[in-house]
Design a protein around this ligand. Structure first.
Ligand SMILES: [Zn+2]
Length: 259
């Protein structure tokens, strides 16, 4: 079985990730915030969509679902019971989802919102993680209906995936995140290089995603809250009550909100 994963651009800066099985021409769609670009892509590529997997409730992840269900009546929608879609299968942390006889694991990764989940699909021994708005390259989601502690725990869990696991966030925020990260860790050469790469790609409309877990551990300050350099960078901008990683994380998130 030959599986590949492609992004479809939607809305302002969303990526709708499409898991394609080249052996049978079928596809699984992650977080369709819009239907039209997905339908165009599937038609162009002669793909048959079999499922939709939803990570969280925001409109830019679910608004295309109803139209896709009308267009493809056999499509199987997977979502949490609190997501605003009509689901065929409800999932939560610990659930599994079938993909052509393979099993994707569902992890609760709340914090950006409550009931946010990520899907982890093993393809030939490598994990592919669809993490919605939990982690972005160089950054993380805003805390909109969760807590800093929830999001910190979710990011910690994602960063425990194998080093070569691929992360597929739902937005192209990489360059902006790295410009913030650079102000926290000005001596981090990996951040400098990643910013050069991301700026070049973004100018050419090339996605900077997916990224590996090992890459994020080197360049994402939100995963580096136990590093002295990050603690010092935060303390230079704001007063910390203590230097526990979750405290540093909450302060970083607040600084980024106002960056
Ligand atoms: Zn969101």
């Amino acid at each position: 079985m030959s599986i590949r994963i492609q992004p479809v651009n939607a809305l302002k800066d969303n990526y709708i990730w499409i898991i394609i099985n080249d052996s049978n021409g079928q596809a699984i769609i992650i977080d369709p915030g819009e239907a039209a670009p997905v339908i165009n892509y599937l038609t162009e590529q002669s793909l048959e969509p079999i499922a939709i997997w939803i990570t969280h409730r925001h409109y830019d992840h679910v608004d295309g679902v109803a139209e896709l269900q009308e267009t493809y009546p056999m499509i199987h929608v997977v979502a949490h019971s609190e997501h605003p879609v009509t689901a065929d299968q409800t999932i939560k942390d610990g659930s599994t989802v079938n993909a052509w006889g393979r099993t994707a694991q569902v992890w609760g990764t709340e914090g950006h919102t409550e009931h946010h989940v990520s899907y982890i699909l093993d393809v030939d021994g490598r994990a592919h993680c669809f993490c919605g708005d939990t982690l972005f390259s160089g950054g993380c989601g805003r805390i909109l209906s969760g807590t800093a502690e929830m999001l910190y725990n979710s990011l910690s869990r994602l960063s425990e995936l194998p080093d070569d696991a691929l992360l597929y966030p739902a937005h192209e925020y990489t360059a902006a995140n790295l410009r913030f990260g650079r102000t926290i860790e000005p001596e981090n050469a990996a951040i400098q290089q990643a910013l050069i790469d991301a700026t070049e790609k973004t100018e050419q409309h090339i996605p900077t995603l997916p990224v590996t877990v090992a890459h994020e551990q080197a360049i994402n300050v939100f995963l580096r809250t136990d590093e002295d350099s990050v603690i010092a960078g935060v303390e230079a901008k704001t007063q910390l009550p203590d230097t526990r990683p979750v405290t540093v994380f909450a302060a970083l998130r607040a600084l980024k909100d106002n960056f």
